[in-house]
Every structure is written in C-alpha cells, then in structure tokens.
Design a protein around this ligand. Structure first.
Ligand code: 2AM
Ligand code: CA
Length: 264
C-alpha cells in the first residue's frame, strides 16, 4: 500500500473522530444558523468551525495538500498534482440544526480528482466508515458489504434532494413516485454521505440523488465501491465526484433500480 496514502488515511481517521466529537458536543448549544442561497440552504457555526479546524490541521501536517470544503471552497494553490482533501464538515446539516442525530463528518482524499481513501464518522452512532481504494470497506474495523437482497420488492431504498435545486422538483417527485409500491419502503434520511455508507453496509439496498456536490459523494462513493457495490451517474456515462447524479446499489439490484428510474 502506498505510504503517502496510508499516512493521510490514518491522519484523516484521527481527525474524523476529533471533529465528529465537536459536532456531537455542540448539537445542543448551537450559536447560530444562517441561510446561504435560500431559506432551505443552511450553515451553522459548527459547520464553519469544523471546516476551519480541518483546514488548519491538514495544512500543518501536509502543507502541499489542498482542501476542497463545502464552506470555504478550494485552496487557490490547487494543481492536479496535489492530494486534495474533499470534505463536508457536517453532512446532514439540517438534521443537525434540528437536533436529529443523523449527520457525519466526511473526508475523502483524492488524487487527480479520484478518491483514493475515504473516512466518514457519525458521532451520534459512534460509527466510522472507511475505505482505501482496492482494500475493501470497513465499519468500526469490521469488513462491510452491500446487501444480498435479490428482489426490488424486498428492498428498502433511499433518496434525497439537494435543497436549493428547486428546478429538479418534478424529477425528484417522479422518481419517488415510481418506486412507490415497487419496493418495501422508501426513505429520505437527509445525509447523502451516510446514505452511501448505509448502502455499503447493506443497511439500505439502494440510494439515488441529483445535483449533489463532490463533498457529498467522494468518500461515500469509494466506500460503496469497496464494499462490492456499484456507483453510477444516471445522466452521463462515467461517475466522477463532479457528477450531477448518483445511483449506488448492489450489482444484483442495479438493473431493477435502473428500470424503475428509466421509466420515471
Ligand atoms: P448537507 O447536509 O451538507 O447540506 C440531502 O438530500 C443531502 O443533500 C445532504 O447530503 C445535503 O448535504 C445535500 N445538500 C442539500 N442541499 C445542498 C446544497 N445546496 N449543496 C450541496 N449539498 C446539498
Ligand atoms: Ca454540509
């Protein structure tokens, strides 16, 4: 295994625990919540503080690396040859702001825009999901794999919607409706990263969403692939962290999920 990647991966895990605990400690004492692009798109003092700390830690430990975070964007020094840390300080900010204990900190280490390691920590469940490319996916140190559900009618599937993508309203509702009556249950949990990790752990059978950002997908997509799952872009040929759509499921359910989404 590449020593440079391993160093960063181990560092990212320590950081995820530290930052996750800040999220948990602050859930009952939020100082402020602000809107960004509209009343539905929020940020809290904790999102900002967690990203600030992460940037500080990474720039001290790996001065040539670049951080690409939800709240502060990308460092100006970015070149294709830097390792890039793609981070969401809190994925599931709306849950967090409402004291719903379902959110996480997400850290992907990418090289030439491809995730090579991913760490996701949910402090409310004390669950750390992790993967290095080619090495499998793990939850609290134990190997995980996607579900072995054979039929869509036995599946629990999850979706979500990017809150400011109001132009996607019809598509989001049509897809949701199309699965209605074809699956055991539909869910919207509100954290795309944890949705992906839950697909990887076989807790849910499939997940799709549109218009997510790299920090909502990079770590989770690698964790799904390393758990034996399939990650694809519903709108274009190859999935990348910049894709405008994502479908994650098991190889067994892929064609069944695609059939429903194509008909929608
Ligand atoms: P967030 O909690 O970090 O905002 C909900 O379906 C998922 O979509 C969450 O992962 C949420 O991430 C993400 N999401 C919602 N609005 C978003 C936006 N404007 N930009 C990026 N991601 C967004
Ligand atoms: Ca966020």
């Amino acid at each position: 295994m590449d020593k440079e990647v391993l160093l960063r991966f181990e560092f990212a895990k320590g950081l995820a625990y530290e930052l996750g605990n800040i999220i948990k400690e602050n859930v009952k004492s939020l100082k402020w919540t602000k809107t960004k692009s509209g009343f539905y798109d929020i940020v809290t003092n904790v999102d900002v503080e967690v990203e600030r700390r992460l940037k500080e830690r990474v720039s001290l430990a790996f001065p040539n690396d670049v951080v690409f975070g939800e709240e502060t964007g990308i460092d100006e020094k970015a070149t294709p040859d830097n390792y890039m840390w793609v981070v969401d300080p809190i994925d599931g900010t709306t849950n967090f702001s409402k004291k719903v204990p379902h959110s996480c900190v997400s850290i992907a280490i990418t090289y030439k825009t491809k995730p090579i390691a991913g760490v996701v920590y949910d402090p409310f469940m004390d669950e750390l999901f992790e993967a290095i490319k080619g090495e499998g996916a793990f939850l609290n140190g134990k190997r995980i794999s996607v579900s072995d559900t054979k039929n869509l009618e036995d599946a629990v599937v999850n979706t979500g919607y990017q809150y400011s993508a109001v132009h996607m309203r019809d598509k989001v509702l049509k897809d949701y409706e199309a699965f209605f009556g074809k699956v055991r249950a539909l869910r919207i949990f509100g954290s795309a990263v944890l949705d992906l990790c839950y697909v990887a752990a076989g807790r849910i059978d499939g997940f799709w969403e549109y218009e997510l950002k790299p920090w909502d997908m990079a770590a989770g997509a690698l964790i799904v692939e390393e758990s034996g799952g399939i990650v694809m872009d519903l709108l274009s040929e190859n999935f990348t962290i910049y894709s405008k759509s994502i479908l994650a499921t098991s190889p067994t359910l892929l064609s069944q999920m695609l059939k429903v989404l194509k008909e929608a």
